[in-house]
Design a protein around this ligand. Sequence first.
Ligand code: ZN
Length: 269
Amino acid sequence: MSDVPGLAINLATVRQQFDLKAAAEACARHGISWVAPWRDQVAATGIAETRRILDGNGLRVTGLCRGGMFTTDPNAQDDNRRAIDEAVGIGATCLVLVVGGLPRGSRDIVGARRTVEDGLGTLLPYAVANNLPLAIEPLHPVYAPDRACINTLAQALDLCDTLGSGVGVVLDTYHLWWDPNLLRDIARAGEGNRILAHHISDFLVPTRDLLNDRGMMGDGVIDFKAFRRAVEAAGYHGPQEVEIFSTGWWARSGDDVLSTCIDRFHSVC
Ligand code: ZN
């Protein structure tokens, strides 16, 4: 199997087929050298054992998924500090943050965004002390009520400017492709050295489920090559990380999914 430099697999993509160990072995078998595990997968395996498995398969970690939820989790600070410890423990490049939506019953999105800024500001010194960058992931606005009230790259970069160093952004094609200011803001992210990860999946038409119907690259409406050109022009040359939540792809064999990811990475990304 030939190596596939520049490709990462977010292990959510094959979470129904493989536990962490089986996923790591499958990625290694397919010549993939970067993965992004989720915290439940690391918890089920144990931090030291996770690191041993990843090292043993020659895998490096992009981001640990995920921390955040500042607006809805009353123990968010404790939980995020634990997530930082876990990320450090497995040698992750950054901790991916989904910042949280509206608290139950709330209609105050302005207040929610203020809570996110305050929460990040409180957490940041711990992250900096552990030399672990925090990666804010702006999510498509359809997730504003329940997952993340940071919805554009510009918004995430404004937060980074306010917070200072030690924090950056995840550029996820699925969440950002539609933004008319995308190219301008990717360039801005590069100027500030804020790009910490580049996630890829396609936006299907029609989308049957808001969470679990993400598309394989090439099956939807996103121009991945144009997106990547902008990312590289902004100075980021890290891996492109396939992150597909999809009941359809979860029903296929894990090896089939990984082979398809590699094929599409070569043909459309
Ligand atoms: Zn993502």
